[in-house]
Design a protein around this ligand. Structure first.
Ligand SMILES: [Zn+2]
Ligand SMILES: [Zn+2]
Length: 195
């Protein structure tokens, strides 16, 4: 299992797959401290720029989407007890499909894009989403400051997508797949900016 980053809504079943199914779990070394200390530790290791309450007041529709996420267990996944780390831009040769991880820090320090070039797909995690549950808005974008460690860096990291082949399908951590090409996604995300 390759984690795009260590937030609990993305570690999900990783610990169960590792413990019961013998899966190996991979994460970028910069997100290892979050994984190490468990689901609530992103607040310590990669604190978000803004507080939750101000978002609930400004974006009332976020209450519903966050509750849906919570109800689905997004914030209560088990701590991953053992994992392997990778660095920037490595090919994970042991992982089926041999994906390349492209570092895209900002949302968390160790956020990555996971690229299966021969399949024409890139998993973007929360480095680029097409729906942001924390503001209840859709369209290609970086995640709001409520869940992001460094928004300026997150916007800069979108550059990693620009040179991917235009037929590449983006599979975000939140929202529908994006099929209009990585460059179009980046242009729209930059135009939307940071919420
Ligand atoms: Zn996240
Ligand atoms: Zn997420």
């Amino acid at each position: 299992m390759v984690l795009t980053h260590a937030h609990p809504d993305h570690t999900g079943l990783a610990e169960r797959a590792r413990d019961k199914g013998g899966a190996r779990v991979w994460v970028h070394e910069a997100d290892a401290p979050i994984l190490q200390d468990g689901p609530t530790s992103s607040v310590v290791h990669a604190p978000p720029e803004r507080r939750l309450l101000s978002y609930l007041a400004r974006y009332p529709s976020s209450t519903r989407s966050l509750m849906q996420l919570g109800h689905a267990g997004a914030f209560s996944s088990d701590r991953v007890c053992e994992y392997s780390v990778f660095g920037d831009d490595e090919v994970l040769a042991e992982v089926p499909g041999r994906p390349r991880v492209l570092s895209a820090p900002g949302h968390t320090p160790g956020s990555v894009l996971v690229s299966f070039a021969d399949r024409g797909v890139v998993f973007t995690g929360d480095a680029l989403v097409t729906e942001d549950p924390s503001v209840g808005c859709s369209g290609p974008r970086v995640v709001s400051r409520m869940s992001t460690h460094d928004s300026a860096q997150a916007l800069e990291s979108l550059e990693r997508l620009v040179d991917l082949p235009k037929e590449t399908v983006l599979l975000p951590g939140h929202g529908e797949p994006f099929t209009d090409g990585p460059r179009a996604a980046v242009i729209r995300a930059r135009a939307t900016g940071v919420r």
